[in-house]
Design a protein around this ligand. Structure first.
Ligand code: AMP
Length: 110
């Protein structure tokens, strides 16, 4: 079982921000911004490459609810999903990073 599936199963503790029957949002253990949430589907999907339009549609609504819950919707935030080796994906269970709570720097510099 992957580490995020263990979090969903309650085998590893997490700081939950929002949860419904299909998705979970929780605090990143090693934050890269003042607010750093991870948003995952409860079904195991390896990466965005394996995502389905139906799950993505429902996840869109959930992500918007997370932004509301965190109070960052109007000030803004950044969503990132890393994919595979070159994308820097470390946990092979699709997750969106929501970074917020400060003015973020440029997304990428060579
Ligand atoms: P990525 O590099 O896109 O795969 O991101 C994985 C993220 O998961 C990193 O930001 C880690 O800090 C985070 N992470 C790993 N283990 C945990 C955990 N047990 N609880 C919360 N966040 C975690």
């Amino acid at each position: 079982m992957c580490i995020f599936c263990k979090i969903i199963a309650g085998e590893i503790p997490n700081k939950t921000i929002l949860e419904d029957e299909n998705f979970l949002a929780f605090e990143d253990i090693n934050p890269s911004a003042n607010i750093h949430a991870l948003i995952i589907p409860k079904v195991h999907i390896q990466s965005f490459n394996e995502m389905t339009p139906n799950i993505m549609a429902n996840m869109t609504t959930f992500i918007q609810e997370v932004a509301l819950t965190l109070g960052v919707k109007s000030d803004g935030y950044r969503l990132i999903t890393n994919i595979g080796t070159n994308g820097g994906q470390e946990v092979e269970h699709i997750h969106f990073h929501m970074l917020a709570g400060e003015k973020l720097g440029p997304i990428y510099k060579k």
